[in-house]
Write a protein of this length. Structure first.
Length: 289
């Protein structure tokens, strides 16, 4: 199939979905590795396997179910990606971010992205939840940006601003809700750095990224954020710190995917409460609930 989908291709997918559910989502949620349980919170679910959605990529990673789930969270209409796509799966970057344009055409106004990440900040512990306040787009530095190529002005401008990528009000809301829920001890904020993967970073790379101001390192999210902001959706994102990135040459630690999924299971309940409480408080224009 053609790699670059036009707006009308994206609209055809969105219309195909909208014809099969009467949920009109105002919030889109992206579940990271092992965090698919967020989708199970939705009531009155209408779910589509990615493989049944025309032109949708397939999830190939253990811990990513591969379903698009429509439903309501405490009465608020949402759509949730149970499984996301990554550069390391071999997808072209525009395939990875296609769901963001579908969200936009479904009427989504706010995207909430979650991921699992390694902790570079030495104050972080495994199990911490880091509210993302900014990102370092390493693949972007090498020209691998989802907006490269011809720009469709109907989605957004040619050169979009990214200094306001992460909505400050939603960051504050997350902090407030987290405190209310008693999550203060493990609620942090920081800068997320994306790498291509699939290999985990070396010790020298962790030390470099930490020096460059990164607090957490992962392999996703940033590409989706860029496309979501390009087409004017508000963005909130958080990382579940699933392990301490290895920073010392005398460390025996070895990053592994199983540990990532295990930590996700342990923290899933708190993550779900944080995100679902935020969804009930986010104001939307189309208050059709
Ligand atoms: N040190 C380190 N710890 C991490 N925990 C989760 N991720 C995000 C990558 N997640 C992959 C592999 O688990 C699956 O998408 C990382 C990472 O990139 N580095």
């Amino acid at each position: 199939t053609r790699e670059r989908l036009t707006l009308s291709d994206c609209k055809a997918i969105a219309d195909w979905l909208l014809a099969q559910t009467d949920v009109r989502p105002a919030v889109g949620i992206v579940c990271g590795s092992g965090l698919g349980g967020l989708a199970d919170m939705l009531k009155d679910q209408v779910a589509f396997n990615y493989k049944d959605i025309p032109s949708f990529p397939q999830s190939t990673v253990h811990g990513h179910a591969g379903r698009l789930v429509f439903g309501t969270l405490k009465g608020r209409p949402c759509v949730c990606m149970q499984g996301r796509f990554h550069l390391y799966e071999g997808y072209p970057i525009q395939k990875i971010t296609l769901p963001m344009r579908i969200f936009k055409l479904l009427g989504v106004e706010t995207v909430m992205l979650t991921n699992a990440a390694g902790g570079l900040n030495q104050d972080f512990k495994v199990g911490d939840i880091m509210i993302i306040k900014d990102h370092l787009n390493m693949p972007g530095f090498a020209g691998n940006n989802p907006l490269s190529g011809p720009n469709d002005e109907r989605f957004g401008v040619r050169f979009p601003c990214m200094s306001d990528a992460y909505d400050r009000d939603l960051q504050q809301m997350a902090m407030d809700v987290g405190q209310e829920l008693g999550y203060g001890d493990f609620l942090k904020e920081g800068v997320y750095c994306v790498l291509g993967g699939p290999s985990f970073e070396t010790i020298a790379e962790c030390r470099m990224l930490h020096k460059l101001g990164a607090d957490a390192v992962g392999m996703s999210t940033v590409h989706e954020v860029i496309v979501a902001r390009h087409c004017g959706m508000r963005v909130f994102a958080l990382s579940l710190i699933t392990n301490q990135a290895v920073m010392d040459y005398d460390s025996e630690e070895k990053a592994n995917h199983e540990e990532v999924l295990q930590t996700g299971k342990q923290r899933a309940e708190q993550l779900e409460r944080l995100v679902s409480t935020m969804v009930t408080r986010i104001e939307h224009n189309n208050n059709n609930y």
